[in-house]
Design a protein around this ligand. Structure first.
Ligand code: ATP
Ligand code: MG
Length: 813
């Protein structure tokens, strides 16, 4: 038939084809990693458009990360020459933002409402706790922030909650006051974006019916990770399928459910099947992503989980290469190995963006980043400490936000005295009290403060007003440049000792804005457009279709919004992208959570140690351990061609050295699919591992093992040429000799590390002299003979790793 002749459909297997061309109605695709779920979803959108069954404006597609949403758009545009305008493809938060901008009056928000990121949110909660005069030791700000977010994700407002104890009562009070504060300031946090959208749809029949008529097709990727509110939200948009015929396709994999800790409920899949009356669940069993060894490992690992819906995966791609496993002595050595591998892959011609370094926790990235940085290997971090979260960037953004909305107290407090304007803590306390009493913003309350202090505050208000006037009608770039100068930030950083890098970041902010403007198409067609076909009639107070110079339509939707607001939103929502390195071919660094749905030719899973991965908080609880295992399954299945896994014997974490044993997950992989680059179990005499486990089980922690004088690590001895085993004849180390030191990789190791070994006349703790770096103290010894390496703390020069055979190192005394 004509409908199934489309070239779009070529190459799909029969199950995929069935899913792509499924008749309108509820559809559930349940299938394992790499089986083409996302591809099916994207192809279905293209097919619906091409066959005229849907218009771009009638489709909504939701994914979890910005990277995934972008990926989907890119794949889609590769299939069809479509205009992405009007298509609602994005993350839950992104789509909610879009919805609330269009319905800001219904939402009781200022049109230029700002989004609080997690940092801002925490500081806002802290302010509330202080205002209520609660003890921060008791009402812990972080925990309270979680409490609020959880409540919102459950769809609960303060009035829906009943406190169980005193703490609960106080937290509830904070929640209420925090809500009032956000409302007063015109800001919303991430959870609020979702909840408020949901409530508008729930409580406003005309709006709900409009969207239910509009979106004939809703497609949700990674459905296994939706939480309660997201599912309820979806139902608002889709309506009851039997009543209004909206066609919803949900695709997911229960084995990749990794957000239960944040309220995701895999049971949404079963609920969807039942509530939407899905006739037949579509299963895909052919994996197109990974080679056989990788798939075998993934399958064997996940088979250990008990609660599974059950799926099979097979591949036609052949076994490929076994999974390489590398054991490093320390996290620094691990990082260095990663750098070497990345360089090697680059030499072999593989692009760096096909190389991913994955880790369980953000804290692991610092060491890896610093090794990459020192080696000059470009990298890009997703998540973690992000460009838009750097202090100087946040300062500049705060000024920009105040231009848009002077009632944003969070931004006000951030910069009212930065750079210093003689506005002290006492003045601010006075101001905050006045604001609290009158229920107004800080900006509105400055006249309440008398004297010199009041005059300084008024001058700050004047500065913000002047900036607003001076920047009206300017391009985004010019606005930011003006603000960086007029705020005094530029002058301030020019005189600061380490200000240069901060100035560069501010310049980078201008670049990011420029890139944003080009990417989003602002300024390309500066014509006002109707907000949204038909929505205008029902959504009271939509922006009218009048074009001002600084008010342009959003390239995608035609929604009218100023580029500055759009950019500020982008900074809050898409902070995950490190703009500074955008465009460069770079190694991809991210947590396993952030890697969901993505794929790379070369994947390195790092830190495979018990306590790291699985995470120590999850090791002793069956359900959490299963979630960790699913996380490992996600990590493994990101790899197309080659998978590499590393772990280390010692790791600095939160200022302490930990002695690790390798992750239990390594034991759960099929031996036949592994290739150990280092001899098995070198290092850990089983005695040590046993003591370690005993210490762990007894709750005494490791201190007791070390304290008891056990040999902390490498007790087995005989590591000798360990590093070379199975590892291209030791060339790696030889290659490294010309730059036999790695800068800044480390913090000093504690005394407990002082394993009593000596090498070439050196011992841990010994004073040494180096021609270039002067005097230092030996921190670590590794390897032996020609491979012996020492880590020395040279004080002013920091600590360095040196090859003993190369470095001119002499013992003192
Ligand atoms: P995950 O569970 O990790 O999100 P997925 O099920 O969404 O995986 P996709 O990302 O859609 O899987 O597909 C995995 C890879 O296989 C992609 O590179 C995709 O282009 C490719 N692929 C999917 N189906 C086919 C096919 N029929 N022919 C060739 N390649 C395919
Ligand atoms: Mg996918």
């Amino acid at each position: 038939q004509a409908l199934s002749d489309s070239p779009l459909l070529a190459g799909l297997n029969p199950e995929q084809l069935a899913a792509v061309t499924a008749p309108p109605g509820p559809n559930l695709v349940l299938a394992g990693a790499g089986s083409g779920k996302t591809r099916v979803l994207t192809t279905r959108i293209a097919w619906l458009l091409q066959t005229g069954q849907a218009t771009p404006g009638g489709i909504m597609a939701v994914t979890f990360t910005n990277k995934a949403a972008k990926e989907m758009l890119t794949r889609l545009q590769a299939m069809l020459p479509i205009n992405a305008r009007g298509m609602w493809i994005g993350t839950f938060h992104g789509l909610c933002n879009r919805f609330l901008r269009a319905h800001y009056q219904l939402a009781h928000l200022p049109q230029a409402f700002q989004i609080l990121d997690t940092q801002d949110q925490l500081s806002a909660v802290k302010r509330v706790i202080k205002g209520l005069k609660f003890d921060e030791e008791k009402v812990v700000p972080k925990a309270t922030t979680w409490f609020i977010a959880n409540a919102k994700e459950e769809g609960k407002r303060p009035r829906d909650l009943v406190p169980r104890d005193d703490l609960g009562r106080m937290q509830l009070e904070v929640y209420q006051a925090y809500e009032d504060q956000c409302q007063r300031e015109g800001v919303v946090d991430f959870a609020e974006l979702m909840l408020r959208t949901y409530e508008i749809l729930r409580d406003n029949a005309p709006v709900r019916e409009h969207y239910q008529r509009r979106f004939r097709h809703i497609l949700v990727d990674e459905f296994q990770d939706t939480n309660k509110l997201q599912y309820a939200w979806l139902k608002m948009f889709s309506g009851r399928p039997d009543v209004n015929g909206c066609s919803v396709m949900a695709v997911g994999d229960d084995d990749q459910s990794i957000y239960a800790f944040r309220g995701a409920q895999v049971s949404n899949m079963a609920d969807f099947e039942r509530e939407y009356r899905v006739q037949r669940v579509i299963k895909l069993e052919q994996n197109y992503r990974s080679h056989g060894h990788i798939l075998d490992a993934a399958n064997e690992l996940i088979a250990r989980n008990s609660k599974r819906l059950g799926k099979t995966l097979r591949t036609d791609q052949g076994q490929g290469e076994p999974i390489r496993i590398y054991e490093a002595a320390s996290d620094f050595a691990e990082a260095q190995w990663l750098v070497d591998e990345a360089r090697q892959l680059r030499r072999e011609g593989g692009p760096l963006h096909e190389v991913a370094f994955l880790y369980r926790s953000n804290a692991q990235s610092r060491v890896i980043e610093s090794a990459l940085f020192n080696a000059g290997v470009p990298y890009k971090v997703y998540g973690g400490l992000r460009f838009f979260e750097r202090a100087e960037v946040k300062h500049a953004l705060a000024y920009l936000r105040l231009i848009e909305n002077p009632n944003d107290d969070t931004s006000f407090l951030r910069v009212v005295n930065f750079p210093a304007r003689g506005i002290g803590a006492r003045t601010l306390e006075q101001l905050q009290d006045a604001a609290r009493i009158s229920g107004r913003s800080l900006y509105q309350s400055v006249t309440a403060v008398p004297g010199k202090a009041g005059a300084n505050l008024a001058a700050f208000n004047g500065l913000i007003d002047a900036m607003r006037e001076a920047t009206a009608g300017l391009t985004l770039r010019a606005i930011i440049e003006h603000v960086v100068q007029a705020s005094g930030l530029a002058d301030f950083y020019r005189t600061e000792k380490e200000g240069q890098e901060r100035l560069e970041n501010l310049a980078e902010l201008v670049n990011a804005a420029e890139a944003f403007v080009t990417q989003e198409g602002f300024g390309k067609d500066a014509v006002a457009m109707p907000v949204d076909e038909g929505a205008g009639a029902i959504a009271q107070g939509l922006p009218t279709a009048v074009a001002r110079v600084d008010v342009l339509p959003d390239a995608e939707t035609g929604e009218i919004i100023s580029p500055l607001v759009a950019f500020l939103t982008h900074a809050a929502l898409e902070a995950g992208d490190n703009q500074a390195q955008a465009g460069q071919d770079a190694v991809q660094l991210m947590t396993v959570h952030a890697a969901k749905g993505l794929e790379f030719n070369n994947v390195f899973i790092t830190g495979l140690e018990d306590g790291m991965f699985p995470h120590e908080n999850s090791m002793n609880d069956g359900e959490s351990l299963e979630e960790e295992r699913r996380l490992m399954y996600v990590a493994i299945t990101r790899a197309r061609k080659k998978l590499h896994i590393s772990f280390c014997q010692t790791r600095m974490l939160h200022g302490q050295t930990r002695y690790n044993i390798k992750s239990r997950f390594l034991d759960e992989l099929p031996e036949a699919s592994l290739k150990w680059l280092t001899p098995r179990n070198q290092g850990f005499g089983s005695g040590y591992a046993k003591q370690y486990q005993d210490a762990w089980a007894s709750g005494k922690g490791l201190g007791s093992v070390v304290g008891a004088g056990a040999q902390p690590w490498r007790s087995g001895g005989g590591q000798g040429s360990g590093y070379n085993g199975g590892y291209s004849g030791g060339q790696k180390w030889a290659e490294r000799r010309p730059q036999d030191e790695f800068k800044d990789l480390t913090a000093p190791m504690p005394k407990a590390m002082a394993a009593n070994r000596s090498e070439g006349g050196f011992k841990v703790g010994q004073q040494v002299f180096h021609n270039k770096f002067g005097e230092g103290v030996v921190l670590t010894l590794e390897g032996s003979g020609p491979d012996a390496r020492v880590q020395v703390n040279f004080g002013r020069h920091g600590s360095k790793w040196l090859m003993l055979s190369v470095a001119k190192l002499t013992p003192i005394e």
